[in-house]
Design a protein around this ligand. Structure first.
Ligand SMILES: NC(=O)c1ccc[n+]([C@@H]2O[C@H](COP(=O)([O-])OP(=O)(O)OC[C@H]3O[C@@H](n4cnc5c(N)ncnc54)[C@H](O)[C@@H]3O)[C@@H](O)[C@H]2O)c1
Ligand SMILES: [Zn+2]
Length: 396
């Protein structure tokens, strides 16, 4: 799956936006990518969907920077139903917020032909998408993703949902958006730590299926982190193409879509272990997870030696931690507990795990029936080896 051989339908319309089509038959939609698209979103929605009224769902941080132009454009078109501005943070993806959100949308008299517009990161996209999927038995929604993670991952593929005390994302629906408007310029207001965290998902696409893309990232990662508009658009476009291709072949994760979880079984355990807190953001956990998956692949002699070192060096140059001992309290991690937490993951049955491993960069595959004891011993060795490793990377 090389850089120039993508099969997703990608075009460059006159306004300079890249378009990636998510080919899902009657539920197909476009992802538009480019700088400055937020201001054009009202007219893009108007031309492409023509919904009667739009209710915007966002969070306080995003609203402070980016709600104004969207609101003004929708008002000018006579399409604006109002905005619901929620608290930022993972806790917002909850039943506690879902009920009042749906009621607010009903109070705005949102009808079945109207539209929910999710302006925000993955939290807002997941919650607003879920609300849209159940409101009046389903209304359409548009996502305007404002974090790098949401731009390359959560805005594409239609997984919506909320968290419960029993776990993350256990309640939800598949509800595809009608349009995704990805403005690369909104990333300039995103905290640097969030940008780096999202970058881990970009690198993941190279690792799972496109070695040439990973090589390109190796040469251009500094441009992406410096918000270079061309490099950002290219990285996001390639990531979205890859996700779109996989989702189009396996919308409900019966098989291939699981490859997108490369590094994620480890990552989810680490996120649970750190209490889904500021100690470890999702993408930060993914960076650690892909390195663990590659080191395990090397140990099992599935993948050439030094692959994990190359990827670790790349991610560390970006400012991401790649070893357990580098996360706050990581030196106290316990292999038994981590494997128990991996067992909470949906991909585990009877002490056997399905792990996404790799034969090399760009060559991830699903390995079913991996013995949990083998993974426990691997993690115990990793932790032992790391006890006297370098201090964790500086913040900021
Ligand atoms: N649906 C899916 O397929 C999918 C895939 C991956 C992740 N997710 C979900 O995504 C969520 C994480 O999303 P996220 O990483 O985008 O986090 P987030 O939505 O919590 O955003 C991170 C922080 O950045 C702030 N922010 C967002 N955009 C900003 C901007 N442009 N300028 C300034 N601040 C901004 C937010 O207010 C928040 O404080 C998790 O709940 C995860 O489960 C879903
Ligand atoms: Zn992820």
């Amino acid at each position: 799956m090389g850089w120039s051989t993508a099969s997703a339908d990608t075009t460059l319309p006159d306004d300079g936006a890249h378009t990636v089509r998510v080919a899902l038959g009657a539920r197909a939609y476009d992802v538009l990518i480019g700088p400055g698209l937020l201001g054009k979103a009202p007219s893009l929605i108007d031309c492409r969907i023509g919904a009667r009224r739009c209710a915007v769902v966002t969070d306080k941080n995003v609203a402070a920077w980016h709600l104004g132009p969207l609101e003004a454009g929708l008002k000018a078109l006579g399409r604006y139903a109002g905005a619901v501005v929620l608290e930022p943070g993972e806790a917002t993806k909850s039943f506690r917020e879902l009920g009042p959100l749906c009621e607010r949308l009903l109070e705005m008299s949102l009808e079945r032909g109207d539209l929910v517009v999710a302006l925000g990161g993955g939290v807002i996209g997941d919650l607003a998408g879920f609300a849209a999927s159940i409101l009046r038995r389903g209304v359409r929604y548009v996502h305007i993703p404002t974090t790098l993670l949401a731009q390359v991952d959560s805005s594409v593929g239609g997984k919506t949902g909320i968290n419960t005390p029993q776990g993350k994302n256990l309640i939800g629906t598949f509800h595809q958006p009608s349009l995704v408007v990805t403005d690369t310029a909104v990333l300039t207001t995103l905290p640097a730590r969030e940008l780096r965290s999202g970058y881990a998902e970009v690198a993941k696409y190279g690792l799972i299926g496109d070695a040439a893309f990973f090589d390109w990232l190796d040469r251009n990662r500094h441009l992406i982190l410096d918000h270079d508009a061309v490099a950002l658009a290219r990285a996001i476009e390639r990531s979205v193409q890859m996700k779109a291709e996989i989702v189009a072949r396996d919308e409900t994760e019966a098989g291939e879509r699981a490859l997108l979880n490369f590094g994620h079984t480890f990552a989810h355990a680490l996120e649970a272990w750190t209490g889904y807190s500021e100690r470890l953001l999702h993408g930060e956990a993914v960076a650690l997870g892909v390195c663990l998956a590659l080191r395990l692949s090397e140990e099992l002699q599935l993948c050439p030696a030094a692959t994990a070192d190359r990827v670790s060096a790349h991610l560390e140059a970006v400012g991401l931690s790649t070893r357990l001992s580098q996360i706050p309290g990581g030196d106290k991690a316990d292999a038994i507990e981590l494997v128990r937490l991996m067992g909470q993951d949906k991909k585990v049955r009877d002490g056997r795990l399905t792990l996404i491993l790799a034969r090399g960069i760009g060559q991830a595959f699903a390995m079913p029936e991996v013995d949990a004891a083998l993974v426990r011993e691997f993690l115990a060795r990793e932790l032992k080896r790391e006890l006297h490793l370098q201090p964790r990377l500086p913040d900021g």
